[in-house]
Design a protein around this ligand. Structure first.
Ligand code: GRG
Length: 342
């Protein structure tokens, strides 16, 4: 079995950031904050976060925040999709300021808001945030049925429920929202196969399952899950190569090493998969020469798969990697710093 080439992967992640004109940098321009989370979390798990200029990153993150600050009064206002009957145009909802965009000058979205909080947590810098302001933005995205919209345009998805709960927990502001309604909405997305989809009745998918199981773990509501039924569905994601897919009949992909494995750990069923074969699959997806991990062996590498490959190996207790928390998707020492050593 080959080994994880930590040095090359760290060099690869750092090089993507420097090559501003590369294909990868250009296509990631609009989601750079999300990319920063993947890259920096991977570096931290590999013990290489010191190679990054944290002041530069923190200063850039602060510039990604939407903080015109004129609408402080709009707190906890549930967004309502207003459809104009004359034009059928969907109107946006007014929200408090304080969310983060994917890059400087981009519109705020709950996804990048979580990435900002996570990256600041990696650097032990959550305190630079005005937690009240950021949590008001997130709370403003909760709908009456307990679900969350991603931004002012109103799209609803269980991804956003997870992101809201994870962000508010990290900010110690879960009291800003109706947690009971949030849990009820997530449970309404549970399917007969034990899995979860993005909205009620939608197909079970490993990515959405991570979000729902993670959200229920964060809120202490895992009792809503039929662990044997879901564990069975999740362990059936392992295919002959040892890799995991995200739903039946699909190809394996390194990123499901995170979405599936973290869910199995949270419901205490990780021993139902062949860990050794999964480690081998992830190692086979490395570009041993230039660093980076791809979705499947011999494909092109990217930062997303590099992160989820390294994070998956961390969950598999691969030697030399920091342990990662399956619910918060952050190194365990970072989560402990946020919750235990306040
Ligand atoms: C902090 C780790 C973390 C996450 C934040 C954004 C988010 C919350 C979760 C995303 C969960 C999700 C839906 C993951 C799946 C991503 C993915 C590879 C989707 C591909 O879907 P398809 O249908 O692929 O194109 P398949 O594999 O089904 O063919």
């Amino acid at each position: 079995m080959g080994e994880l080439n930590i040095e090359n992967h760290a060099r690869y992640i750092l090089s993507v950031e420097k090559k501003k004109d590369s294909f990868e940098s250009v296509v990631m321009e609009h989601l750079r904050l999300n990319g920063a989370y993947w890259g920096l979390a991977a570096l931290d798990i590999m013990g290489k976060l010191d190679a990054v200029d944290q002041d530069e990153v923190v200063s850039w993150i602060r510039q990604c925040q939407d903080e015109s600050g004129h609408k402080e009064g709009l707190q906890n206002q549930a967004p309502i999709l207003k459809v104009s009957t004359s034009t059928q145009a969907i109107q946006h909802v007014e929200l408090p300021y304080g969310g983060f965009g994917g890059n400087i000058g981009h519109d705020p979205h709950i996804l990048y808001t979580l990435s900002a909080i996570q990256v600041l947590a990696l650097f032990d810098k959550i305190d630079v945030l005005d937690a009240e302001k950021v949590s008001n933005y997130i709370a403003g995205l909760q709908n009456e049925d307990g679900s969350f919209s991603g931004d002012m345009w109103g799209e609803v998805d269980t991804r956003f429920s997870y992101i809201a709960l994870c962000s508010l927990a990290l900010l110690h502001r879960l009291d800003k929202i109706n947690v009971e309604a949030a849990v009820k909405y997530i449970v309404s997305c549970k399917n007969l196969d034990g899995g979860f989809g993005c909205t009620p009745g939608a197909e079970s998918h490993a990515g959405q399952i991570f979000c729902c199981v993670g959200a229920l773990a964060i809120t202490g509501a895992l009792h809503h899950i039929d662990k044997d039924l879901l564990g069975w569905w999740l362990c059936e994601r392992q295919v002959i190569s040892g890799g995991l897919n995200g739903r039946p009949e699909k190809l394996p992909d390194v990123c499901y090493s995170w979405w599936v494995l973290s869910s199995l750990i949270m419901i205490d069923r990780v021993h139902w998969i062949d860990k050794k074969k999964l480690v081998q699959f992830i190692l086979d997806c490395q570009d041993k020469e230039n660093g980076g991990i791809s979705d499947r062996p011999d494909d092109a590498v990217d930062v997303f798969h590099t992160y989820f490959g390294v994070a998956g190996l961390s969950l598999l207790e691969y030697p030399g990697l920091k342990p990662i928390d399956p619910a918060y998707a952050l190194p365990v020492d970072v989560v402990n710093r946020v919750f235990l050593h306040r």
